[in-house]
Design a protein around this ligand. Sequence first.
Ligand code: PEP
Ligand code: MN
Length: 363
Amino acid sequence: MKTTLESLDYSQSSPFVRKEGKPVIIAGPCSAETEEQMMATARQISAIPEVSIFRAGIWKPRTRPNAFEGVGEAALPWLARVKAETGMKTACEVATGKHVDLALKYGVDILWVGARTTVNPFSVQEIADALHGVDIPVMVKNPVNPDLQLWLGALERLSKTGIKQLAAIHRGFSTFDNGPYRNAPKWDMAEAFKVIVPEIPLLCDPSHIAGKQDLVELICQQALGMQMDGLMIETHHIPEEAWSDAAQQLTPAALSMVIDRLLKPSKSDKVKEELEGLRQQIDELDDTLMVLLSERARLSEKIGTFKKANDIAPLQIKRWEALLQQRIQKAQAAGLTSDFISNIFKLIHKNSVQIQNRIMGIM
Ligand code: PEP
Ligand code: MN
């Protein structure tokens, strides 16, 4: 896939570049609520040396009306105060040209485009137009839906207008089955993004993927394990009293512990060895599975030849339904979920029918 990203330029001082190899860490509340909340949260976060950027939502895109929609312009001087008193760089979301003008007027250091805005090329273009001729780092969250093209398109629009320091934020996707997540991570999409545009730093927002505090650290681990360049973690001095996203925000103390565990030196040789041993066992089992699958495929060929000789059609739906039911029952007895086994056998059966169709001359 070809992209039209023009003259990206990351100097060593860019906020998106790792310092001493350490990932970039952005923290701060989902929303700016009051000056006291902002200053209390910022002071505690600034005691964590790894955090270089303070985030806060000034304008909040809410799914339903009547929810808290952000303080707006009145909160921008608070961000300026955070910067003056703590030395952290500041970042906020912009969704319109007006937001851009105001954020620039109050000296916000870094802007980001939110997931609900990335989906809309008109809005992204409006933001790009407002940024024409401005040199400011901009981050683009993935669109709400798993569409790489929209994500890349937003980055291209910003690049075209002259933005040289771009970063992307993986914040998960709204899908039919989000599993335990608020937004399904779909790590394969993040990996695909890295392959297509390796030159753009990719950060992860574990908070909006998780939707709850307990899951945040695990998602951070996964993101750093994939060599992502940084993390944006929602942090509030009293999360349970937050006006938005209360369930997913960490306290600054919890954030500090998470960062310590994430960045501590890699595991001991003994741990690595034990993991290697377990992986070897998995490799051996997979080899056995492969032999069994190939034996099964050969048997399907035999059945195909037999059916051809006896004028029997390859797909016998009654036999397939009975087979699947029987496998599901056995799976349950073996402690496997019926979903898992039924998915595997659907693939195995599809392959078997394809083999038999080939023998019959049906392509
Ligand atoms: C946010 O960062 O607070 C936010 C609204 O996130 P997203 O755009 O990822 O939903
Ligand atoms: Mn939020």
